[in-house]
Design a protein around this ligand. Sequence first.
Ligand SMILES: *Cc1c(COP(=O)(O)O)cnc(C)c1O
Length: 360
Amino acid sequence: MPKNIYFTPGPSALYFTVEEHMRSALRQQIPSISHRSRQFSYIYEETVAHLRALTDLPDDYQVFFTASATEIWERLLQSCVIEDSLHLVNGAFSRRFYNMAAQLGKSAQMFEVPDGGVVLPAALNTNIPPELIAITHNETSTGVQQPLAHLKEIREKFPDAITTIDVVSSFPLVELPFEYIDSAYFSVQKCFGLPAGLGVWIINQKTIDRALKLAEQTNTAHHGIASLWQKYQTYQTPVTPNVLSIFLLNKVLKDMIDKGIGRLRMEGKYKAALIYQLMESHENLKPFVSNPDWRSQTVLVGDTGGRTEQIIQKLATQGIVLGSGYGSHKKNHIRIANFPTHSKEQMELLVDKLTTIYEG
Ligand SMILES: *Cc1c(COP(=O)(O)O)cnc(C)c1O
């Protein structure tokens, strides 16, 4: 069977080196090693070192592993919030985080904008100083990107809060200003091109200290920041982690370091520009996010005016898989992942195919 090219926003195409790394993992029997072994601790430690090297992560930030990004939402709320969290809601994922806070009995506040927009810092008017501020950098549901320039203003407004940012579908292509961020997280099936099933949580000492201080009052029955931190001292995890996935992440991080983060980011911009240019030049396929400054560079969303199903089907017959719209946008949007594994040539091919569909 010929191989498909997956432009779906997660899971997506595997990073092009993953197949070989998976073979090597099996040869080395990685899935069978104990997570209490020195071999595992070494893999964990090296993965953190690679992440630091690739993304200029400051020494004050540590890296925890969970089962998913969604799990990190719950761990954050349970470990860092007694009462009040504040959520910038710019799409379906940020709304789900807010809903989870409400489900866990927190008095969560939400500042919401219509899909395609971003929450401006000036709109964050509250008399209750929040313990946690939740920001979603790249809304995979609509392709909107919250400008990072807002982070400084948010920090100045709420200096004591734990500021946490969802970079699930933009990291490592986004360059984060860590001085304004206490916690950031991603899952590996988006930009890293790995099989799903691993959440990666970047967390600073302020957040860890806050969680330790609140430990008596918070409910972290499964595990929380305190237990993750305790096990991290010897590069272990409280529960049996996805060792295979951590191994693969370590290898892909090294591949990305060798390629160079600057080059990855530049190629990402080039490929995004190709697609947005195509959308700008066709009446019947508009970028969904109208403000160019708010358009995602990694999840490119076009409004098809109701033709999504036809487009997706036509491309599918040619081995190209696009994402449909998210939720209520299902029939009107296409979503195109622009991750490091998608080559310039693949993106150019996609532009050709879409042009043929639109120009006949
Ligand atoms: C995919 C995604 C998530 C959820 O990730 P899981 O690994 O499925 O928990 C959260 N936030 C954003 C922005 C996402 O794109």
